[in-house]
Design a protein around this ligand. Structure first.
Ligand SMILES: [Zn+2]
Length: 138
């Protein structure tokens, strides 16, 4: 019997339409738990489970099952708070998504600035324009 989300419609009635559908999120739960999540899906997935208690519960269940065995074996201190562990894991992945996006923006800006500088230097060097702050350097 397929798992039905009790609040699958609730979200929509409240006007909070999740960007990702539950069906898609459910498929990604396995990927998340096994650390095989496609990077571009991560952010939307996290946003979905945060706004959808049904998917969050399901993710939590799989997460705990997946991690319980591991932690019960070799790390007793971590096993007492598996729910907190999922929260930590979600936060860490959110941070890494955000870091990556910041880095991309940073490099785009940097490359843009370098290109502009290069054009300015070249034009100055070829005497097309006069850059007062470069006088004497070239
Ligand atoms: Zn959902």
């Amino acid at each position: 019997m397929p798992y039905l989300h009790p609040d699958g419609r609730g979200n929509r009635q409240k006007g909070v339409l999740p960007a990702m559908e539950c069906e898609r999120a459910e498929k990604l739960i396995q990927a998340y738990v096994r650390d095989r999540m496609p990077e571009k899906e991560m952010e939307e997935f996290i946003a979905h489970v945060r706004s959808c208690p049904a998917c969050y519960d399901e993710l939590e269940t799989y997460f705990i099952i997946n991690h319980a065995a591991r932690y019960l074996d070799n790390d007793e201190t971590a096993s007492y708070n598996l729910k907190g562990l999922l929260e930590e894991d979600l936060k860490e992945k959110e941070r890494s998504v955000r870091r990556k996006r910041h880095r991309n923006v940073f490099f785009s800006v940097l490359i843009f600035l370098l290109t502009v500088m290069l054009i300015l230097f070249t034009m100055h060097y070829l005497n097309f324009i006069e850059l007062p702050w470069l006088k004497g350097l070239f």
